[in-house]
Ligand binder design. Structure first.
Ligand SMILES: [Zn+2]
Length: 73
């Protein structure tokens, strides 16, 4: 359905609109309507390519687990 770039755009949109909260890859997957694997890859690409994003150990606002997740710096 969606290509990779569009998925990354949706990940960026979710993280911007819900800041300062951040979501783990699983919770992002639910919010961007993608599989966990697709969301994880997109979140990792966003963190790697966008200077305003970082990937670090942090509590997820969706499920409360502390995981490596992509968030705004
Ligand atoms: Zn979560």
């Amino acid at each position: 359905m969606a290509c990779g770039a569009a998925l990354e755009d949706r990940v960026v949109h979710v993280l911007h609109s819900d800041r300062p909260h951040a979501y783990c890859d699983g919770c992002l997957a639910l919010r961007v309507h993608a599989t966990l694997e697709e969301a994880r890859r997109a979140a990792e690409r966003v963190a790697a390519e966008a200077a305003s994003f970082d990937r670090r150990l942090r509590a997820c606002h969706g499920c409360g687990r502390t995981l490596q997740l992509t968030c705004l710096r």
